[in-house]
Design a protein around this ligand. Structure first.
Ligand code: FAD
Length: 216
């Protein structure tokens, strides 16, 4: 067992994504010394796993975290790797104490009633307060459509999609026209898919990404 976490901290933040890092930075600015526990091997683990083409659909100057803007050099729509680099810079800029490779499996009341015990395979940690910032979309969900089990064509969740290269020459149906679905459909079309169709439950509002973002 690797003991990466033993100790007592005033605050522990679970999750080293944008929310956890921002919470830790603000707590630090308030005089506390939080520790950030991240199960992945670096901050922004969710972002590292997103598809290759991903660019923010929120403009750069609206997407920064407290205390450090996203550098202008990455353009108006930062890409996935720009976001990961920014999160690394953000943690360094705010001198955040991040423990990577630490997964919190359970949170128990401290027997003395003065705080919490975080149970991790890597070792337990005692803390006075906990911020849970583990994200809300870590578990992919494919609807239980009738007939899906017998469907022989590969079905891939957007969380497992990497690039359109594997789909060249194929007829592809993208289900859902949210930000992921719309961008993946464009990626497929530009990567040589024979036909790309987008299944949309209700007619969507289609507008250019730059609408409503007057700054350049
Ligand atoms: C395809 C896609 C595009 C998006 N584009 C945008 C955009 O353009 N603009 C925008 O504002 N938002 C966008 N989002 C939303 C994006 O999810 C959020 O902006 C942001 O990443 C959420 O941050 P978070 O810290 O809450 O969660 P996450 O980024 O998911 O971070 C959670 C972290 O907690 C860690 N973790 C989870 N469980 C544990 C545990 N038990 N112990 C330790 N660590 C744990 C994870 O490894 C992860 O690093 C997009 C999302 C997706 C999927």
């Amino acid at each position: 067992m690797v003991d990466r976490v033993r100790g007592r901290f005033p605050v522990a933040v679970i999750g080293g994504g944008p929310a956890g890092l921002a919470a830790a930075a603000v707590l630090g600015a308030g005089g506390l010394a939080p520790v950030v526990l991240e199960r992945g091997e670096g901050v922004g683990t969710s972002w590292r796993g997103h598809y290759d083409r991903l660019h923010l659909h929120t403009a750069r100057w609206l997407s920064g975290l407290p205390g450090l803007p996203i550098p202008s050099g990455v353009g108006r729509w930062p890409g996935r790797d720009d976001v990961v680099r920014y999160l690394e810079q953000y943690a360094a800029h705010h001198h955040l104490e991040v423990r990577n490779g630490v997964e919190v499996r359970r949170v128990d009341r401290d027997p003395a009633g003065s705080g919490w015990v975080l149970r991790c395979p890597q070792g337990d940690l005692e803390t006075g307060a906990v911020v849970v910032a583990t994200g809300y979309n870590a578990v992919p969900r494919i609807p239980d459509w009738p007939g899906l089990a017998a469907f022989t064509t590969p079905v891939t969740h957007s969380g497992d999609y990497r690039s359109g290269a594997a789909y060249a020459g194929l007829d592809v149906l993208v289900v859902g026209a949210g930000n992921s679905g719309a961008e993946i459909a464009v990626d497929l079309a530009e990567s040589g898919a024979r036909r790309v169709r987008l299944a949309v439950r209700r007619p969507p509002y289609l507008m250019p990404r730059s609408m409503g973002f007057p700054r350049s």
